[in-house]
Ligand binder design. Structure first.
Ligand code: DMJ
Length: 671
């Protein structure tokens, strides 16, 4: 049945359309439509195809045009930023920040006025990324595609990147392409490690001969460490100055606390290595730029061992009271962490607001964290003659000493800040979350002049606990390792972190503890050494799994998620102790091999060293674009001390190193 309402537009007559109120324009559209309908199906298809084709072409040319426009605007932004940079306007004027005077109570710390004060006098343009970011990564780290080594580092004898002319001089191409980003290559000598202007591979060959003839001069190795430090510092200075960490590949920085962590952590290393110019520049930054009056949350443990420890040791080495003043300031600002129901400190403190809190997901703190801040706070009390610091940390020591839940002196990994009791009991490790508890038992005993017998008792009992519960040997080469206990079952895995233990055991034996501690130290340092030499890069993984059954003839397996190396210090730390106490030159040689492997696989040509994601693949160690502050604070410092013939340089009878390698004095017996 006919129904005008339902009749479609095309079939309406002009009058009908007029009656329904359509306009003239609509008339025109109507006649077009009629013409369209009069075309054959083939004609209509052809026209539609042409229109679609033109539409696609239009879209394609639009996106490439906008790409160009974006490029132009990025460049002009970058140029604007560089101009601001070049005018030296980035640093925060710190003189504006009122310094906390001695005697101000924790409760008097005012919320910061930093946001206003930090602003430079001219508006800053947003900083463009130094290079285009790779697509964001998802999934567990081991599964993420990292940069290929070929993308950023040169291989031995690689053609095309380093050309050798007839005189043997190397000429580097100016750029290496990395997924569209341009990374500047430096002179050929920079692309490999350089010692006194010689290519490291050449030095290696010479060294092998020298080692045989016994003519190798120790000074070469000392200078190699200085050179490595300078190279790392060059990257930090160029791309991360005053920031927490260098990201050497993207040539920028990472921020953790926003307190110049790498710079502070590296101060005493520069002093010890004799790098006067670098030290002077860094000191200037501390004097003029460093302010702790900042509305930031910091981790109590990390800021104590790196910042407080770094400032205290630099004060002791240099005698410069600037560092003591800064140490007092940060130490005081960390104290709110101890205001908990149990007096076991919270993990985090806001050093500007004077408030503290546990992590968001728990009221637990980590046992290693609350028991490895004692050396620093005790020293702060001694220097300031203010007992509050020492009292706070020794209260923690006392409570942990008395606590139930240990197993033969071994401690669980967590402690609750409300109840003051161990939680998640049943898991025991000498690795992450417990490691430095053991280290600080011995070192506090030494720091205090061997008088605090409870510390010593706890330490000796714990080492017995290690022997009884955690010590095992691999079936193939009988490598001794320290496994982990989980609800009574031994897991034959060992963190690289555990490699601090041989050094600590040796230090104890040197101070009169049982001789079998030294025997164990010798066995364990061999295992730590094997964790390096059995890897294709010559660098240890973060975690090693040891074979108790001889099923594949190997001692060590590495799980994909554990293949990374963060430039950690523990093995070279122990090598340093072992060499000092035994004078066995093999420990120096092992350290030298490690330095060379760092140079080969983690050194970034434009400055800095990077952690890597895969120690099993020398062709693609998967650089992670991060230089941890402990590489400068610990790794290079211990290597330098290992190679130095001056055993009075930080004598182990006069200093104890905190867990971040900052030497603090052993207290004179009168105090
Ligand atoms: C350092 O910050 C300290 O040595 C800490 O005790 C453990 N981890 C890192 C280095 O690996």
């Amino acid at each position: 049945m006919y129904s005008p309402q339902k009749k479609d537009f095309v079939s309406l007559t002009v009058r009908e359309q007029h009656n329904r109120g359509y306009t003239n324009g609509k008339h025109r559209r109507q006649s077009c439509w009629r013409k369209w309908k009069q075309l054959s199906r083939l004609q209509r298809s052809l026209i539609l195809f042409l229109l679609a084709f033109l539409f696609i072409c239009g879209i394609l040319s639009y996106s490439s045009l906008t790409e160009q426009w974006r490029g132009i605007s990025d460049r002009s932004l970058k140029e604007d930023w560089d101009e601001v940079d070049n005018r030296g306007l980035r640093p925060i004027p710190p003189g504006l920040i009122p310094k906390l005077s001695a005697g101000v109570g924790v409760q008097d710390v005012q919320p910061d006025v930093m946001p206003e004060l930090q602003k430079p006098s001219i508006p800053l343009l947003p900083k463009p990324p130094a290079m285009r970011k790779p697509p964001s990564k998802r999934g567990p780290p081991a599964l993420q595609k990292r940069m290929n080594v070929s993308d950023w580092q040169l291989k031995d004898g690689e053609e095309g990147l380093i050309k050798t002319d007839e005189d043997g001089a190397k000429e580097a191409k100016t750029v290496i392409s990395w997924r569209g980003a341009m990374i500047e290559a430096e002179q050929g000598t920079e692309l490999q490690s350089t010692i006194q202007g010689k290519d490291a591979t050449v030095v290696d060959a010479e060294e092998a001969a020298d080692l045989k003839t016994g003519t190798l001069k120790p000074v070469d190795r000392v200078e190699a460490v200085q050179e490595a430090f300078r190279h790392a510092w060059k990257g930090y200075k160029a791309f991360a100055w005053g920031h927490d960490e260098l990201k050497p590949l993207s040539k920028t920085h990472g921020e953790w606390f926003g307190l110049g962590l790498t710079l502070i952590d590296a101060l005493d290393t520069m002093w010890i290595l004799g790098l006067k110019d670098e030290f002077a520049e860094a000191r200037k930054w501390v004097e003029t730029e460093l302010s702790f009056s900042k509305n930031v949350d910091v981790n109590l443990f990390e800021s104590t061992i790196r910042i407080l420890g770094g400032l205290l040791s630099t004060y002791h080495l240099s005698g410069d009271t600037l560092f003591l003043d800064k140490a007092k300031d940060i130490g005081f600002r960390l104290m709110p962490a101890f205001k908990t129901p149990s007096k076991i400190p919270y993990s985090d403190v806001n050093i500007g607001k004077g408030t503290a809190h546990p992590p968001r997901w728990t009221t637990d703190s980590t046992v290693a964290e609350v028991t490895s801040i004692q050396l620093e706070f005790r020293e702060l009390s001694r220097l300031t003659q203010d007992p509050q610091y020492q009292n706070a940390v020794e209260e923690v020591t006392k409570q942990v000493h008395r606590l139930e839940g240990k197993r033969d002196g071994l401690v669980p990994m967590f402690i609750n800040t409300n109840s003051g009791k161990f939680t998640r009991r049943g898991a025991f490790t000498l690795g992450a979350r417990a490691d430095s508890y053991y280290e600080y038992l011995l070192k506090q005993w030494l720091q205090g002049g061997k008088k605090e017998t409870e510390l010593l008792e706890d330490y000796i009992q714990a080492i017995e606990g290690v022997k009884k519960n955690l010590l095992k040997q691999t079936s193939t080469s009988k490598l001794t390792f320290v496994g982990e206990l989980s609800n009574g079952r031994l897991n034959p895995k060992m963190d690289h972190l555990v490699c601090f233990l041989p050094g600590t055991l040796a230090l104890g034996a040197h101070n009169g503890l049982p001789a079998d501690h030294m025997e164990l130290a010798i066995q364990l340092i061999e295992t730590c050494h094997q964790m390096y030499v059995q890897m294709e890069t010559g660098l240890s993984p973060e975690i090693a799994h040891f074979n108790l059954q001889n099923h594949n003839g190997r001692d060590i397996d590495v799980k994909p998620a554990d293949r990374h190396n963060l430039l950690r210090p523990e093995t070279v730390e122990s090598l340093f102790y072992m060499y000092r106490f035994t004078k066995d030159s093999k420990y120096r040689d092992w350290g030298w091999e490690i330095l060379q492997s760092f140079n080969k696989h983690t050194r970034v040509p434009s400055g800095g060293y990077t952690s890597i994601g895969n120690v099993r693949d020398p062709l693609n160690p998967a650089p992670r674009d991060k230089m941890e502050s402990f590489f400068l604070s610990e790794t290079l410092k211990y290597l330098f001390l290992l190679f130095s013939d001056d055993t009075e340089l930080i004598s182990l009878d006069k200093y104890v190193f905190n867990t971040e390698a900052h030497p603090l004095p052993i207290w004179p017996s009168a105090s």
